[in-house]
Design a protein around this ligand. Structure first.
Ligand code: 5GP
Ligand code: ZN
Length: 141
């Protein structure tokens, strides 16, 4: 097995685990954006949103919420907000090919943030309308 997060799930390599149940494992990120930065993974290997089962994704989200609540208590005034972040695919910033939810404690002025592109606020209306139409037809029951 070559997947680093599978190895962590199997306790083949060490990690600072903060939460575990039958389906998910949550552990500290080795290179935290802020202290307390946690990753939540499904124990079963899935690379992407397309691969993970809806049930396992629900468990990941529920564990992410638990961890976020615990971070707010653990870090008290230092944790004024939390980001949940999931990168699905390389273009979205995914580096490890085993799906994971980042739970990142945030405070004002911590220097972390998403960078907005130059076209932000200037997407042509016809592009927006076209994607709206396609999504509505793909997602309708
Ligand atoms: P991504 O960029 O794929 O969304 O995030 C991958 C995250 O995994 C990074 O924040 C990185 O620091 C973390 N990471 C990579 N390898 C390891 C590891 O071996 N152990 C732990 N605890 N975190 C890791
Ligand atoms: Zn894996």
């Amino acid at each position: 097995m070559s997947c680093i997060f599978c190895k962590i799930a199997e306790a083949e390599i060490p990690a600072k685990v903060v939460y575990e149940d039958d389906t998910v494992l949550a552990f500290l990120d080795i290179k935290p954006i802020n202290p307390g930065h946690v990753l939540v993974i499904p124990k079963d290997h899935a690379e992407s949103l397309a691969e993970i089962s809806p049930e396992h994704l629900k468990c990941v989200a529920a564990a992410g919420r638990k961890v976020a609540e615990a971070l707010r208590q653990a870090l008290s005034s230092k944790c004024e907000g939390v980001n949940l972040f999931l990168a699905d695919g390389k273009a979205a910033g995914q580096e490890v090919g085993h799906i994971h939810l980042h739970v990142i404690p945030r405070y004002p002025g911590d220097g972390f943030g998403l960078k907005f592109p130059t076209h932000y606020g200037n997407i042509p209306q016809d592009e927006t309308d076209a994607v709206h139409k396609k999504l509505r037809s793909l997602l309708e029951d």
